[in-house]
Design a protein around this ligand. Structure first.
Ligand SMILES: Nc1nc2c(ncn2[C@@H]2O[C@H](COP(=O)(O)OP(=O)(O)OP(=O)(O)O)[C@@H](O)[C@H]2O)c(=O)[nH]1
Ligand SMILES: [Mg+2]
Length: 637
């Protein structure tokens, strides 16, 4: 693996001069840089080590106005070369650059105390001490310090050896994801088209590969790949790479974009992250404060929302935050970023992306332990499980997990196959979606509970329409996925299905036949009793059923027109009811009217029944009540 060295340090402290002295290469290329004697943009060089390795060098500007350029170069470096001028000592951008290196997780560094020719030994000691204090508590604590002079050449050999010693045997763990190259320069080379350069942070790239440009999404073909100005057949993560791209315009790609494997196609404007506020912030950072986010080579405005309910996070504290961005960026779990204040005056903190495709969180849902699980997960299985548990949706596509986790799709499928606590949908070889067994069980219980309640309320109805079941228990789940869930439950014999209707397996056969039989018996009881039908209590004991079930049976008989509800708790079978109606009609047709007493006598039943029947006839529009007598509402009928 190749290494990349990145300079850091205050303006005019001799970074560019030191790289020139070490390599003989000039990294200040711009006319303005040469005229003003300061670096403005990133400069690139390389250095050959004694073991034959060619190390890439990124020289950054120290001026506070060009921190954004420094940030575009500082990600992806293996060794930080922190430059402090012996005469000036530690200055504001010494501190700020160190903060940035610390936040980006730079663990390997060497400090060059430049301009040693300008000071005496006592001053050198004082500066050493100052730097030691500065490094304490950062990722670069204890870094070796080497006094040098780019003018006299003193100390350069020791510095070279120190750098080699620090790099020897140091290899960053290969990142697991697909090829990614945050673009730090994009330009058109006459006769060749678009060229982009950057530090590859994962994967490998070859001439002929198809790549994607994010956030735009354009596809490009790699014509040639160069490392340190030479054509190569393959470039890999950790190298400075130049790609000549076909199929894109210069306007499609610029600093801040990511050129990556086409299987990466998601961008994000909302991410969950573990954020550290640095002393340089000088004050607490408030929730919903507008900040500038620097990730890869991109810079975007957004707001930081603390997820633990705090109003503000103070310097030296860390907390989970949701970063809501004004423009999309490409980001994966584990990516480091820097936060500066809105006006880009100071670096206030930085952190690590925990979930790149975050959702807006509801309060108090046990969020923090889930975020901890995701942040601290060390195996693909643990990452996938944590992502699924954090996901409010029932199930997500494996592709979503792969991109969120920064894993190849194959790795996610392997996890899904191996982990018994995960479940794929549909239940087949290639998962289109997946979930945890825990969520599966929860949904299964909900289906069972809902169907049981439904059957209880409507024992004569065969079951529930799948769509109405879905809208009751999983309205967010697509009909297609819900169908896959039901198929799984069918397979497990948790439910049964007849066309679009689902029911509990025990429900259909037994209950339905019973109820139909009970219905026939209730109807017969009522019919036999003629004009003096039994009340509900009698029917209950005759049939041996409880009131709720009898009510359901009677409602069904009523719906089928086999009985009529005459009054509260009073039912007539169809035949006696029609006899009573005929009796009344014939009397009124003969006499013009009928009184309540006459009707009772004709019926031969008590007042209780005759009055209830008359009320029923009034209510249903058959008779018209005038004082104590009834007439027919529509005499012809
Ligand atoms: N005497 C002396 N002067 C030096 C030394 N190194 C750099 N200088 C001078 O310091 C000035 C700034 O040097 P640069 O290398 O441009 O500083 P820099 O850190 O790259 O500055 P920026 O990129 O603008 O942040 C130049 O005039 C150099 O000649 C050194 O070791 N000794
Ligand atoms: Mg410079």
């Amino acid at each position: 693996m190749a290494h990349i060295i990145g300079t850091a340090g205050h303006i005019d402290h001799g970074k560019t001069a030191l790289i020139r002295a070490l390599t003989g290469q000039e990294t200040d290329r711009l006319k303005e840089e040469k005229e003003r004697g300061i670096s403005i943009d990133l400069g690139f060089a390389y250095m050959d080590l004694s073991n034959g390795e060619r190390v890439g060098i990124v020289d950054v500007p120290g001026h506070e106005r060009f921190i954004r350029n420094m940030l575009a170069g500082a990600h992806g470096i293996d060794l930080a070369l922190l430059v402090v001028a012996a005469d000036d000592g530690v200055m504001p951008q010494t501190e700020e650059h160190l903060d940035i290196l610390h936040l980006l997780g730079a663990t390997h560094g060497v400090v060059a105390i430049t301009k040693a020719d300008l000071v005496d030994a006592a001053r050198l000691d004082a500066v050493r001490e100052e730097i030691e204090i500065l490094l304490a508590g950062t990722t670069l604590e204890g870094a070796a310090m080497v006094p040098v002079s780019s003018v006299t050449g003193a100390g350069l050999d020791v510095l070279r050896q120190t750098i080699e010693g620090r790099l020897a045997g140091y290899h960053r763990v290969a990142p697991s994801g697909y090829f990614r190259l945050p673009v730090d320069r994009a330009f058109v080379m006459h006769g060749h088209g678009v060229v982009v350069t950057g530090t590859a942070i994962a994967g490998t790239v070859h001439p002929g590969d198809t790549l994607r440009v994010l956030p735009g999404g354009e596809e490009a073909r790699v014509r040639t790949v160069q490392v340190h100005g030479q054509d190569v057949a393959e470039a890999t993560f950790g190298q400075r790479v130049a790609l000549n791209l076909g199929g894109v315009e210069r306007t499609d790609v610029s600093r801040g974009h990511v050129v990556c494997d086409p299987r990466l196609d998601r961008v994000t404007d909302r991410l969950d992250a573990w954020v550290e506020i640095r002393p340089g912030a000088g004050r607490p950072v408030e929730s919903h404060e507008v900040v500038r986010l620097y990730i890869g080579t991109a810079e975007v405005l957004g707001k930081v929302v603390w997820l633990d309910g705090r109003d503000a996070v103070r310097p030296r504290e860390s907390a989970y935050a949701q970063l809501v961005l004004r423009a999309p960026v490409q980001a994966l779990r584990g990516d480091r970023f820097i936060l500066r204040d809105q006006s880009a005056q100071r670096t206030i903190g930085g952190g690590i992306v925990t979930h790149p495709f975050a959702r807006r969180h509801k309060r108090g849902e046990g969020l923090l332990p889930l975020l901890d699980a995701l942040r601290l997960a060390t195996t693909p299985g643990a990452v996938v499980t944590a992502l699924l548990r954090l996901e409010p949706d029932f199930a997500v596509a494996p592709d979503f997990l792969a991109q969120a986790a920064g894993l190849p799709l194959d790795a996610v499928h392997a996890v899904l196959r191996a982990d018994p606590a995960l479940r794929v949908l549909p239940d087949s070889e290639v998962a289109t979606a997946c979930t945890t067994v825990e969520k599966w069980e929860t949904l299964r219980s909900a289906v069972q509970r809902t169907l049981a309640a439904f059957h209880q309320n409507a024992p004569l109805v065969p079951g529930m329409e799948m769509e109405s079941l879905r809208s009751q228990i999983a309205p967010d789940l697509s009909p297609k996925l819900f169908r896959a869930v039901l198929d799984g439950l069918l397979g497990d014999r948790v439910i049964a299905r007849a066309e679009s209707v689902v029911h509990l397996p025990a429900h259909r056969v037994a209950l339905q036949r019973d109820d139909a039989e009970l219905g026939r018996r209730a109807e017969a009881l009522l019919a036999e009793a003629g004009f003096t039908p039994p009340d509900l209590k009698l029917i209950e004991s005759a049939l041996g059923v409880a009131r709720p079930r009898l009510a359901v049976i009677l409602r069904q008989l009523e719906r089928e027109g086999r009985v009529a509800k005459i009054g509260e708790g009073l039912y007539f079978a169809r035949a006696p009811l029609e006899q009573a109606r005929t009796l009344l009609r014939e009397h009124v047709q003969a006499h013009g009217e009928i009184s309540a007493a006459t009707f009772r006598d004709r019926l031969g039943a008590s007042r209780k029944f005759s009055i209830a029947l008359l009320d029923y006839f009034d209510r249903t529009g058959f008779t018209l009540r005038v004082g104590d007598i009834r007439k027919l509402r529509a005499p012809g009928r």
